[in-house]
Design a protein around this ligand. Sequence first.
Ligand SMILES: *Cc1c(COP(=O)(O)O)cnc(C)c1O
Length: 231
Amino acid sequence: MNSISALERLARLEQRIEQACRAAGRARESVRLLAVSKTRSAAEIRARLVLGLDAFGENYVDEALAKQQQLSDAAIEWHFIGPVQSNKTRALAMHFDWVQSVDRDKIVRRLAEQRPSERAPLNVLLQVNIDNEPQKAGCSPDRIEALAERVARRPELRLRGLMAIPDPGHDAAGLRRAFASLKQLQQRLAADHAGVDTLSMGMTDDLEAAIAEGSTMVRIGTALFGPRPAR
Ligand SMILES: *Cc1c(COP(=O)(O)O)cnc(C)c1O
């Protein structure tokens, strides 16, 4: 992985994000870029740090902790975006800045109890199962408000908004509808909870549609790092 191809990938991605913002009449600064570094090495992350990326998303706790140790000298904002197992919440509470995949009461309680008191509140996004897919992680849309209440009551946590991964089987119109309904859900949440400012939606293949519908954070792996090796 040389830094020239990393730079080219980032430049092409930036062009896509800028173009999508322009098309939507939005400022580039209204969309954050989260680099999804699952399966990537610490060296590959370093090659993006020098390009100015500073927020990285990980899906697997043990893999993430190993990389965090190797990168402990770097100022990185770490986001957890994978399914949360309750026996891993302590590691998340101790070593992450954001958890984007909170989807049930038990996880809220454990993260709050386990967040070290000397650390800033843990930023929390609620993962929404926006298409009500069976077997899929995420809270159903009709239970989001109740879950948000639980988070808002915990001073160790800071409710920031919603995250979702729409059904990959959508056609273009269905995808736009899913993103639009997430935006509506997020606006209702923001009306009830001060500090809700984040809507994490959009990945390599659908960032344009997500930005058109109001995403404030795109989570990008493939476009930044190339095709993922099999795990
Ligand atoms: C892997 C992953 C991404 C990034 O996907 P790409 O298509 O490689 O950009 C984003 N969000 C989540 C939750 C992921 O697991």
